[in-house]
Design a protein around this ligand. Structure first.
Ligand SMILES: NC(=O)c1ccc[n+]([C@@H]2O[C@H](COP(=O)([O-])OP(=O)(O)OC[C@H]3O[C@@H](n4cnc5c(N)ncnc54)[C@H](O)[C@@H]3O)[C@@H](O)[C@H]2O)c1
Length: 314
């Protein structure tokens, strides 16, 4: 059983992944080279745990014990020395990840499993950086943000790893309450991000065409398709609706829907204008600086409520 976790990079994803493993009862070491970033890790984890305690998903003693299981370091060798599962969450640059995996291969125990949280880089290119033996113990484990709350972790099973090793990695994540899915082909975006981009393409296109106001488009998604999706996947929804209906409606609608191969021009225009969303004060909606903190917390609370509800349907 995998017991000791190393997390490489303590940024947005790394600190959340560390928090999730520690709350799940595992010993976690975090390697973060930047002093300022390393100093921000425990305060951020404490804040996130406090929200879970407020919402009844953890007790104070559980969150205190979890925090005590996390060790921070600026020394890679120390971070990986006795670990049996090591996941990297460093910036999304292939050369950086290749160099890191070569280091990890050299410094980590021979039987340690190495994982990448990459959103878009091919595992095959990262496998080139490690020894033949390590290639059988390396995979993509793709978490969703925020990692402490979002249940999904996509796991690669691309043919380089024996099934018993895969099963141990899947069990490690299931043990801390995550829902794992097995992805069989090394495709960019794995499963969830591809589905999400398909929805986003049509949503941005509907806005671009002036078909409805942003509030109504988001409402249509939340109280329409996404309302069902939280409990019932697309394939089961199709089965319930009838595949004949889905085939007919698909033929009618797909012919007129957005099929572009790049990001929507309206989206790109907003980026050029500096309208980046919450972080710049305006995106599709406006955000006043004095309300942003409250809005972020409300967003997290909605996800936590959804997580609580999801426990009822397994
Ligand atoms: N942010 C997301 O929503 C999200 C979701 C899923 C997957 N991912 C993937 O997770 C990875 C990390 O993304 P992020 O958003 O957490 O990035 P981030 O920039 O917030 O954090 C990266 C961290 O890595 C550190 N770092 C830089 N070079 C390093 C090195 N050589 N060794 C160790 N640490 C180093 C940085 O100091 C920083 O703290 C990327 O591969 C990204 O594609 C991100």
């Amino acid at each position: 059983m995998l017991q000791k976790v190393g997390v490489i990079g303590g940024g947005t994803m790394g600190h959340g992944i560390a928090a999730a493993f520690a709350l799940g009862g595992l010993s976690v070491s975090v390697y973060e080279p930047l002093d300022s970033q390393r100093g921000a890790i425990l305060p951020a984890i404490r804040d996130a745990y406090a929200l879970l305690v407020e919402e009844g998903l953890a007790t104070t003693s559980e969150s205190d014990a979890a925090e005590a299981r996390i060790a921070l370091t600026d020394d890679l060798s120390v971070a990986v020395a006795d670990r049996d599962f090591i996941v990297e969450a460093v910036p999304e640059r292939l050369e950086l990840k290749q160099a890191l995996f070569a280091e990890l291969d050299a410094r980590a125990p021979a039987d340690a499993v190495l994982a990448s949280n990459t959103s878009s880089l091919p595992l095959a290119a990262m496998l080139e950086a490690v020894s033949a033996a390590r290639r059988e113990r390396m995979l993509v484990t793709h978490w969703y943000n925020p990692p402490l709350i979002m249940p999904l972790v996509e796991l690669s099973f691309f043919g380089n790893m024996p099934e018993p090793v895969y099963n141990r990695v899947a069990q490690l994540h299931e043990r801390i309450g995550k829902r794992t899915v097995k992805v069989l082909k090394d495709v960019p975006g794995l499963i969830a991000n591809r589905i999400q981009q398909g929805i986003a393409r049509e949503v941005f296109s509907i806005i671009e065409q002036g078909i409805a106001a942003p509030e109504d488009v988001d409402k249509a998604l939340m109280f329409g398709p996404a309302f069902r999706y939280a409990t019932t996947g697309q394939l089961e929804v199709a089965d319930f609706g009838g595949l004949d209906i889905w085939a007919t409606v698909g033929d009618n609608l797909l012919a007129v829907m957005d099929a572009s191969k790049s990001a929507n021009p309206l989206l790109k225009q907003k980026v050029v204008q500096g309208k980046l969303g919450v972080k710049s004060g305006e995106g599709f909606y406006r955000y006043s600086p004095d309300r942003v903190g409250d809005m972020r917390r409300a967003f997290l609370r909605r996800l936590i409520h959804q997580l609580k509800a999801s426990k009822a349907y397994g």
